[in-house]
Design a protein around this ligand. Structure first.
Ligand SMILES: *Cc1c(COP(=O)(O)O)cnc(C)c1O
Length: 417
C-alpha cells in the first residue's frame, strides 16, 4: 500500500500528464472552471477520504469521527466568516445536489418554482424539462428583455403575481450582469415565496466584494465551491437559522449518505485562501479582465449579449459577425487554435442547444494564472484571428503555437513539472 502512483498505474499518470500539458498550453476560458491551488489539491488526495462520517459534527452514525468533526466544523466556521450566513451545510457533493436538497427541504412535488429558463442563462436545476427539477415541480420561467438582454424586474414581478411560486430562484450560469438581490427579495415578499439565490458562478466575486451580496436578502443561498470560489469540486448551502434543520435533514439522510470529508477539508482550505487580502484583489482582477476582454472583442467587431459584462463572463453573439457559423463550430475552431470556450445559446437563439449561436467566455482561470488587462487584448486578438482564419488549418496551427508560447509566460503548477 505504500507504492507511488507512477509505479502502480503509469497509464493513469500518462493521461493526467497529458491533461496537465493541455491545461498549461491552452487558454482556458470556460467561466465555470478554475485552477484550484496546490494546497487544495493536496488535501483532496489525503487520508480523510478513507472515513465514513454520516451525520453532522457531534452527531455521527459512525464511530471514530472526532477529527472528521473538527475538519467539518472548521469548514463551516470559515464559510460563515466569509459569507456571514447564519447556518451552513458543507456536505452537498455538487451544486445540483445542493439545489435538490433545498427543493426537497422547502417544497412538495408539484409546487411552483419560478426560475430562469435554461435557454436564456438559467441552470438545468432551475426547472429544465430534462432535469429532475422540471419533472418534479411545476415550473414558471423568466428570461431577459428582448432589447436590453437583461433581466426585466417588472416582468419578473408580473410573472410572480401570475404564477404565485412557492420558491423563486435567482441565479444563472450564463448571465453577464449583476443581480439586484434586494429587488428580488421585494418580489418574493410580494407573493410570499422563498427566495433562493444560486450563486454557483459568482460566489468568489461575492466573497471578494466584486458583486452584490445575496446573503442578507435570501432565505437560502446555494453555491458550488469550484468555480470563481476556486476550491475543490463541491457545494454548500447557506440559510437563515430557521431553515437549518430542514436543510440539514434534506441533505442527510434525505439525499446523500456519507460526506466526502477529503473535499470538505479542501473546502476549509479554500475558504481560508478566500479570506486573504489577495483573494479580493484576484476577484477584482477577474472583473477588470472580463471588461477588458469584452471591450477588445467588441472593438474587433463582435456583438456581446447585453453589450458587455459586469462579472466574470460574457456571451458572444456570433450571428453579428458570421451568419453561417454556429457556436459549436466556432468553439471547435478555437480549440484547434488552443483556446477553450463553451458554445452557448444566446437569448432568443434560433439554433438548438447542441449547436447554438453563441460562445460563453470567462476570465477566472486566466486571471488565476496572473494575466492582466493587456493579456486580455492579446486573447481577444487570438480569438478574432482564429475565427477569421478558421478555414485554414495552417493559420489555426500557427495560433496554437503562439498561444502555447504566450501561456509559457504564465506557468501553472510548477511543482509538478
Ligand atoms: C454550475 C452550476 C450549478 C451546478 O453545479 P454542479 O456542481 O455541476 O452540479 C448549479 N447552479 C448554477 C447556477 C451553476 O452555474
Amino acid at each position: 500500500m505504500n507504492k507511488l502512483l507512477a509505479e502502480v498505474d503509469p497509464q493513469v499518470v500518462e493521461i493526467t500528464t497529458k491533461d496537465l500539458e493541455r491545461q498549461q498550453n491552452t487558454l482556458m476560458l470556460i467561466p465555470s472552471e478554475n485552477y484550484a491551488s496546490r494546497a487544495v489539491m493536496e488535501i483532496q488526495g489525503s487520508i480523510l477520504a478513507n472515513k465514513y462520517a454520516e451525520g453532522y459534527p457531534g452527531e455521527r452514525y459512525y464511530n471514530g469521527c472526532q477529527f472528521m468533526d473538527d475538519v467539518e466544523s472548521l469548514a463551516i466556521n470559515r464559510a460563515k466568516a466569509l459569507f456571514g450566513a447564519e447556518h451552513i451545510n458543507v456536505q452537498p457533493h455538487a451544486g445540483s445536489q445542493a439545489n435538490m436538497a433545498v427543493y426537497h427541504a422547502l417544497l412538495e412535488p408539484g409546487d411552483t418554482i419560478l426560475g430562469m429558463s435554461l435557454s436564456q442563462g438559467g441552470h438545468l436545476t432551475h426547472g429544465a424539462t430534462v432535469n429532475f427539477s422540471g419533472n418534479l415541480y411545476n415550473i414558471a420561467a423568466y428570461g431577459v428583455d428582448v432589447d436590453s438582454e437583461m433581466i426585466d424586474m417588472d416582468e419578473v414581478g408580473r410573472l410572480a403575481k401570475e404564477h404565485r411560486p412557492k420558491l423563486i430562484v435567482v441565479g444563472a450560469t450564463a448571465y453577464p450582469r449583476h443581480f439586484d438581490f434586494e429587488a428580488w427579495r421585494k418580489i418574493a415578499d410580494s407573493v410570499e415565496a422563498y427566495l433562493l439565490a444560486d450563486i454557483a458562478h459568482i460566489a468568489g466575486l461575492i466573497a471578494g466584494g466584486a458583486h452584490p451580496d445575496p446573503v442578507p436578502y435570501s432565505d437560502v443561498v446555494t453555491t458550488t465551491t469550484h468555480k470563481t470560489l476556486r476550491g475543490p469540486r463541491g457545494a454548500m448551502i447557506m440559510c437563515k437559522a430557521e431553515y437549518a434543520d430542514k436543510i440539514d435533514r434534506a441533505v442527510f439522510p434525505g439525499l446523500q449518505g456519507g460526506p466526502f470529508l477529503h473535499t470538505i477539508a479542501a473546502r476549509a482550505v479554500a475558504f481560508k485562501e478566500a479570506s486573504e487580502p489577495e483573494f479580493k484583489t484576484y476577484q477584482e482582477q477577474i472583473v477588470k479582465n472580463a471588461k477588458a476582454l469584452a471591450k477588445r472583442l467588441m472593438e474587433n467587431g463582435f456583438r456581446l449579449v447585453s453589450g458587455g459584462t459586469d462579472n466574470h463572463l460574457m456571451l458572444i453573439d456570433l450571428t453579428s459577425k458570421y451568419e453561417k457559423m454556429s457556436g459549436r463550430q466556432a468553439a471547435d475552431h478555437l480549440e484547434d487554435a488552443g483556446i477553450i470556450v463553451n458554445k452557448n445559446t444566446i437569448p432568443f437563439d434560433k439554433r438548438k442547444p447542441k449547436t447554438t449561436s453563441g460562445l460563453r467566455l470567462g476570465t477566472p482561470m486566466v486571471t488565476t494564472r496572473g494575466m492582466n488587462e493587456e493579456a486580455m487584448i492579446q486573447i481577444a486578438d487570438f480569438i478574432t484571428e482564429a475565427l477569421e482564419g478558421r478555414q485554414k488549418k495552417s493559420i489555426k496551427l500557427r495560433i496554437q503555437e503562439e498561444v502555447k508560447e504566450f501561456c509559457a509566460q504564465f506557468p501553472i503548477y510548477e511543482y509538478l513539472n
